[in-house]
Design a protein around this ligand. Structure first.
Ligand code: GDP
Length: 480
């Protein structure tokens, strides 16, 4: 099947949508903030904490509108797009504020929330105009979906060849065995059968899931909806898998032709509408990165995360991959890269975590800058689950963190039950991150997952680290 170029209709759709946004924004300025990151990076926690801290007036000393006493009120407002599910803020907050707090359910699909911010401008003429309003539309979507952008420029044969090539390198070669065995056992040139397609798609999805599992923590795993199907689970557009290219043109009734059609349907019915209807309309973007999970898994996972981020951030580049990117990249003018879960480290290591993040997004960030977007890297914890202290080890005093490891976490042969508090030294992050990406080196870093903090009724807002810095960069200038 030939490559399908981006149609004029797509472009017009985007242009019309943007004009409409501008028109409806005449009365109340609106800022659309995209929140993304790979699965479990911390999107749900980030949005819940951001909204909660703004509504309750939490501790945000570096967020100027609040620090200067200009934020009058923040409240949830009616959904802007009736076709997009609402971010379940109340449900997530209830889980975190329960007598036994629990981490809420993670992002599985796109969702949205509108926050109405009333503030007093700091400009000289503000006294004449009275309070202003900014609608902050927060759009939560899986980063896996951005990995699909390059698929728009690929044929089924090209994509299949890349997948088979990627599955030859360790650790993927071992994980790919069951899927490759099933692929070999089927005749791609035989009559198409729905069950054959399902068996293949399931084996391929299981291979992708195995790659993503904790001990490997690989990240470059498109098609995005195979791991994050959203509402499309089980639909034919997701029931395909790579197949070796046939030597000759094939009949349309073959398994190969059927999967090729489904691949094309995936592009036109799933990937393209997401970019056109949602991504293209964002003004600002935060990309959350769980560097600690990759550090836990070792240099290969770090290198893989680096290339996944480069793929994800291609979406923010002008021109390049396809015409679509050129149209929407111009609109996003600020991108914040955030290394999440910084509460897993003592604050003395936060700068080093930022260095690692810088290295992870280096090439991609340089490209985004080229597109006119201002970028920044920040280590933060949207919710702080630990406190700090020191431990003595072999006569040395080491900075440590104190928290309750989540049920099921294990360290040095001890299995934690979710109730025991420990003081923990996760190891030293290096000053220069290079060796962390070197497959020849081993690291002795270990990060545990902690239970969420119990509520402190005396303090408004969920506890966090540096959330206010992130907020200032993302929306502070629009509330001057
Ligand atoms: P996503 O929605 O899939 O991106 O991820 P979540 O926001 O649900 O986060 C996944 C998990 O990471 C949560 O269940 C928490 O265990 C952990 N987590 C996320 N953010 C933080 C944080 O700021 N601090 C700590 N300690 N854990 C976090």
């Amino acid at each position: 099947m030939p490559k399908r170029p981006t149609t004029l209709l797509d472009e017009l759709g985007i242009a019309a949508g943007n004009v409409l946004d501008a028109a409806t924004g005449v009365f109340t300025p609106t800022l659309r903030l995209g929140v993304t990151g790979l699965s479990r990076a911390g999107k749900t926690i980030f949005i819940t904490s951001l909204v909660n801290n703004l509504i309750e007036g939490g501790r945000l000393p570096l967020f100027a509108p609040l620090a200067e006493g200009r934020l009058i009120a923040a409240r949830l407002a009616e959904q802007p797009d009736s076709g997009v599910p609402r971010f379940a803020y109340e449900k997530h907050l209830a889980a975190l504020r329960a007598p036994t707090p629990a981490w809420p359910e993670s992002t599985r699909r796109i969702s949205q929330l509108r926050l109405e911010l009333r503030y007093q401008s700091a400009r000289w003429h503000a006294g004449f105009t009275g309070p202003q309003t900014l609608n902050l539309d927060i759009v939560d979507y899986p980063g896996e979906w951005l990995l699909d952008l390059p698929l728009l420029g690929k044929t089924f044969a090209e994509w299949s060849a890349e997948e088979f090539a990627a599955a030859t390198a360790p650790p993927r070669d071992r994980l790919a065995r069951p899927w490759l065995a099933i692929t070999q056992s089927l005749d791609a040139l035989a009559e198409a059968s729905g069950p054959d397609a399902e068996i293949l798609a399931r084996a391929f999805t299981e291979y992708l899931l195995a790659c993503r599992a904790d001990e490997h923590a690989l990240s470059t795993l498109p098609p995005g909806r195979f791991l994050m199907p959203g509402d499309l689970e089980g639909s034919p557009a997701l029931t395909f898998a790579p197949l070796p290219a046939p030597q000759h043109p094939v009949r349309s009734s073959t398994l190969y032709a059927m999967l090729e059609r489904r691949f094309e349907a995936y592009k036109s019915l799933v990937v393209r509408p997401f970019f056109r209807d949602h991504f293209a309309r964002l003004d600002r973007q935060i990309v959350l990165v769980d560097a600690l999970a990759a550090l836990n898994a070792g240099p290969r996972a770090m290198a893989d995360l680096e290339s996944a981020l480069a793929e994800i951030l291609r979406a923010f580049r002008p021109g390049g991959a396809n015409l679509l990117t050129g149209i929407f990249a111009r609109r996003i003018d600020r991108i914040l890269f955030a290394a999440t879960k910084a509460d897993h480290l003592h604050h003395t290591a936060h700068d080093r975590l930022e260095n690692i993040l810088d290295k992870l997004v280096d090439a991609a960030a340089r490209r985004a800058k080229f597109a006119g977007a201002e970028t920044r890297s920040l280590a933060l914890a949207a919710i702080r689950a630990t406190t700090e202290g020191t431990v003595d080890e072999d006569g040395e005093t080491l900075p440590c963190i104190i928290g309750v490891p989540q049920k099921g976490e294990a360290l040095d042969g001890v299995n934690y039950d979710g109730t025991t508090q420990i003081a923990f030294y996760p190891g030293d992050l290096p000053d220069f991150p290079g060796p962390l990406f070197d497959a020849g080196k081993t690291t002795s870093l270990k990060f545990l997952r902690f239970s969420p903090p119990t509520r402190d009724p005396a303090t408004p807002g969920l506890p966090h680290i540096r959330l206010d810095r992130g907020l200032e960069f993302l929306i502070g200038d629009r509330m001057r």
